[in-house]
Design a binder for this molecule. Structure first.
Ligand code: FAD
Length: 503
């Protein structure tokens, strides 16, 4: 029988995507017969942004066996409890999308249905009062979950990190190289394909060296050197729904306190991020070039920095969408080479991680079975569509009419999948999580409620509880949340007390 095993894997690109892939593959494919090589070019910079994450990164770090405290010190990381959205639904608004639940689900029904009933009775406190993560973020408090107290909201704490992506890639490189990944520095100047199958056969570097392989992972960022420039796999363009196409990023000195969350502030033609790290604050202005010039975007960013600038502005251009075939022939694109959704919900690093997991599930042999590839591509595009809908919601669910950009977003058509979801929520507050989509009901609720989508009714089961019992439970949830909050330390002191700070 012919030996079809993949022996030579070539990862092209040494940004976050390349090194995450190299570290994970070196951990999961522990076979001396498999060679993993990563090629990166000093002459072609990485994108240089990507500092905010979502809780799933904990699983990735655990898979690699990283010690979380060591990881935090090495990447100047802070903890992240959620994202604050400022000025999105209306100017003057602020809400937090938390990484943790509101209240407790009761009678197998989501908490917010009971809260809506309580609100109709005129008795409910604002929804945020029932969320430990929102209240802790506002109070700048943080701790890891306390599983010793399973009935306390402290056991439901969920968190992510804000970190220096360059240092993270460097950290993963050390791990990958220690596990046997070979790194080659050089710029690829030629890609050779098999005359019959069209598969990529080898890459030629500027030095003249030629590197062959069985499986190629394209992590070349927006360039898509193999997946698009070579294999023309096509792009599904979503810029009509997500019209922001540029960003300017700039770091400033760190503020004295350390917020345990990322902030996204809506501006006249886009939004600005503020990401607090231990060593600096990352900032960036994402905007639509049809409505704002590069100079005006930078001016706005500079005005809003809350510390002295410590880096030059980094201007980036992009288009929202996904490759039609993120896996084509013997090339799998991971990271920006496979698609891009703006960083409003910090999803790109997660999409890298989930692409790696999907590739490992569908790991090929040299026959490159087309149905497996088709399945991988369908799942990838669906995953992007689901995240896309969630991001579009932030733009669509606005009452802002103070700029041409917001008038466009408020009145634009949206995908049917999103329109259906909004219509159902408006009618009876129901929220669904389709198969294993990334954002759960808590996330959808946070944004819909935060941006003033008000349901007419709620789940009928919420009416089953006698009013006195509802009173008792709602009061208890509020009190338990307040007690848990009181016991939590300040975010900065938690970092210092646990020795997580950079020396
Ligand atoms: P890149 O960083 O662009 O790396 C490309 C690599 O390919 C480089 O090493 C380069 O040398 C190499 N290369 C290219 N061409 C060649 C060649 N010919 N020969 C050899 N090597 C080559 N994600 C988040 O999760 N959270 C965020 O907060 C976030 N913010 C973002 C903000 C903006 C404005 C943008 C644009 C993205 C953001 N992202 C964020 C996304 C995140 O930055 C990327 O997903 C992540 O950095 C991965 O990038 P990459 O490795 O795919 O590409």
């Amino acid at each position: 029988m012919t030996d079809l095993r993949v022996r030579n894997i070539v990862i092209v690109g040494g940004g976050t995507a390349g090194w995450m892939t190299a570290a994970a593959m070196s951990k999961l494919l522990r076979d001396d017969a498999i060679q993993i090589r990563l090629i990166e070019s000093d002459a072609i910079a990485t994108v240089g942004v990507g500092e905010a994450t979502i809780p799933h990164i904990l699983y990735f770090n655990r898979l690699l066996g990283l010690d979380e405290n060591d990881f935090m010190r090495r990447t100047n990381a802070t903890f992240k409890a959620g994202i604050e959205f400022v000025d999105w639904g209306r100017k003057g608004d602020s809400y937090i999308h938390p990484f943790g639940p509101y209240g407790f689900n009761m009678e197998a029904v989501h908490f917010h249905h009971f809260w809506l009933r309580y609100k109709h009775l005129g008795k409910a406190a604002p929804l945020d009062q029932y969320s430990l993560m929102v209240r802790a973020a506002r109070a700048r408090k943080f701790q890891r979950p306390d599983y010793e107290r399973p009935n306390s909201p402290l056991s439901k704490i969920s968190y992510a990190f804000q970190f220096d992506a360059g240092l993270y890639a460097r950290y993963l490189r050390d791990i990958a190289e220690a596990a046997g990944v070979t790194r080659t520095e050089g710029t690829i100047v030629h890609v050779a394909q098999n005359g019959e199958s069209g598969h990529v056969q080898s890459l030629t570097l500027a030095s003249g060296e030629t590197v062959g392989g069985d499986l190629f992972i394209d992590c070349t960022g927006f360039r898509g050197l193999l997946i698009e420039k070579t294999l023309r796999s096509g792009f599904i363009d979503w810029s009509h729904w997500l019209p922001c196409d540029r960003a300017v990023a700039r770091a400033c000195e760190r503020a004295p306190d350390l917020l345990p969350y990322t902030r996204a502030t809506a501006k006249s033609a886009g939004w600005q991020w503020r990401i607090p790290l231990q060593s600096r604050t990352g900032n960036g202005h994402v905007y639509c070039s049809d409505f704002l010039s590069d100079d005006a975007a930078l001016d706005s960013l500079n005005r809003d920095l809350d510390g002295a600038a410590i880096s030059e502005p980094n201007l980036l251009r992009f288009k929202a969408g996904v490759r039609r075939k993120p896996w084509s022939k013997n090339v799998v694109a991971i990271g920006l080479a496979s698609g891009f959704l703006e960083p409003l919900e910090s999803t790109s690093i997660h999409l890298i991680q989930s692409a790696i997991a999907r590739l490992m599930d569908n790991f090929p042999d040299k026959s490159f079975n087309q149905p497996d590839i088709d399945y991988y591509n369908r799942r990838t595009v669906t995953e992007y569509e689901q995240v896309r809908d969630f991001i579009i919601l932030h733009y669509k669910a606005t009452e802002r009419s103070d700029s041409a950009f917001w008038n466009h977003c408020r009145t634009m058509d949206i995908p049917n999948t999103l329109a259906d979801r909004i219509a159902i929520f408006k009618e009876n507050a129901r929220l669904y999580r389709h198969d294993d989509e990334l954002f759960n009901e808590v996330s959808w609720l946070a944004v819909m409620h935060g941006q003033h989508i008000t349901p007419q009714r709620y789940h009928p089961v919420a009416d089953i509880l006698p009013e006195a019992e509802l009173d008792r439970r709602m009061r208890e949830i509020e009190q338990v949340t307040a007690r848990a909050l009181d016991s939590m330390p300040d975010h900065l002191s938690f970092i210092e007390r646990n020795g997580l700070n950079v020396a």
